[in-house]
Design a protein around this ligand. Structure first.
Ligand SMILES: Cc1ncc(COP(=O)(O)O)c(C=O)c1O
Length: 345
């Protein structure tokens, strides 16, 4: 049979999304459980009247709102169809086939897929025994072929976060010719003051790029809006390669409405982080090895017991995210949902 697609992709694991099972509690995709923020549903409904028109490809109003909120020029911002798409665009503007991209492992499962599809060579650096990034090893892995290093902070799926002193040393060690992407999809859930805001602390470094999303704390996972902040040059390059019109008009309208509801976003995040403390403390009574988490999920390093554990949870009506042979990631849900999970264990 004639082969029509790349043979090397056969070895690539497909992205596994958290499963939705009718009637079950879903703690598998790091979503926030409280529904869209106030004003979002109305903004989405209003935007539909213009559905026959293309959206603003430059997302001008959204970038202006982000620029106001973040205190940076709009020319440093690119928006996209979720921050996962922006990660892909960032690979495309930094890596040619054969160039190296370094990231921690285990980390966000989209990285190896994106690296492979841009033909970059993945260099994975194993996490420490505490399930955190090994930043000195990541810095030491940089070669003259390295074009991109991704730091997932906090890390999906382990929840662990890099502290300021370690990131300072890491960024000082990486040559300024290598782009460092700080993937801060879960930044809003960070409560440890020692975990730096990448934009505030490192935004003035031209080789640092910060990736954020409105999918998590801002409750827009289903509408797909992420943004990237970099130097004007890097942001412009990303805007050039973004799939045209990939931030839909509805997504832009929803994002603008969500950004107007930032107090309510913070109130919900506070509920989640309080629940996180309650749940992790309770889980540690049974599984003491749960690493500290700065995100809206936590990691159960169950090794070979992973699949069985996830199956048992599902039989009790709770869907968690299993990484076979490694561990289970559990999203913090509402109080009642979390109680259901605690009942399971
Ligand atoms: C670490 C990390 N980065 C990026 C993303 C992508 O988020 P989205 O594409 O929904 O903006 C996710 C989603 O799970 C994530 O966990």
């Amino acid at each position: 049979m004639t082969r029509l697609t790349r043979a090397d992709l056969d070895a690539l694991p497909a992205y596994v999304a958290g499963r939705t099972v009718p009637g079950a509690i879903k703690l598998a995709s790091n979503e926030v459980p409280y529904g869209p923020l106030p004003g979002v549903v109305e903004a989405v409904a209003a935007s539909i009247a213009g559905a026959h028109r293309y959206p603003d490809p430059a997302a001008t109003a959204l970038r202006a709102a982000l620029s106001d909120r973040l205190g940076i020029d709009a020319d440093r911002i690119a928006t996209g169809c979720g921050s996962v798409a922006l990660t892909e665009h960032l690979f495309r503007v930094t890596c040619l086939p054969g160039d190296e991209a370094i990231y921690a492992w285990r980390s966000f499962e989209a990285y190896p897929i994106i690296a492979a599809t841009t033909a970059a060579t993945s260099v994975r650096i194993l996490n420490t025994a505490e399930h955190a990034h090994d930043l000195p090893a990541m810095a030491a892995a940089v070669t003259d072929k390295t074009r991109l290093v991704i730091v997932c902070n906090p890390n999906n799926p382990t929840g662990t976060a890099c502290r300021k002193a370690d990131l300072d040393a890491f960024l000082d060690a990486v040559p300024p010719t290598v782009v460092v992407a700080l993937d801060e999809a879960y930044r809003e859930f960070v409560t440890d003051p020692d975990v730096p805001d990448g934009l505030v602390e490192y935004g003035d470094r031209p080789n640092v790029v910060v990736l954020r999303t409105l999918s998590k704390a801002w409750g827009l996972a289903g509408l797909r809006v992420g943004y990237l902040i970099g130097s004007p040059e890097v942001a412009a390059a990303v805007r050039k390669v973004v799939t045209p019109f990939s931030t839909s008009a509805t997504a832009q309208a929803a994002a603008l409405a969500a950004l107007h509801a930032s107090d309510e976003m913070q109130r919900r995040v506070d509920l989640i982080t309080a629940e996180r403390e309650r749940v992790v403390n309770a889980v540690r009574k049974v599984y003491p090895d749960v690493p500290d988490t700065q995100s809206n999920f936590f990691w159960l390093p169950l090794g070979d017991a992973t699949t069985d554990f996830a199956q048992k949870c599902e039989e009790s009506g709770v869907i968690v995210r299993a990484f076979a042979g490694d561990g289970v990631r559990v999203t913090i849900g509402s109080h009642g949902e979390n109680d259901a999970f605690l009942d399971c264990i």
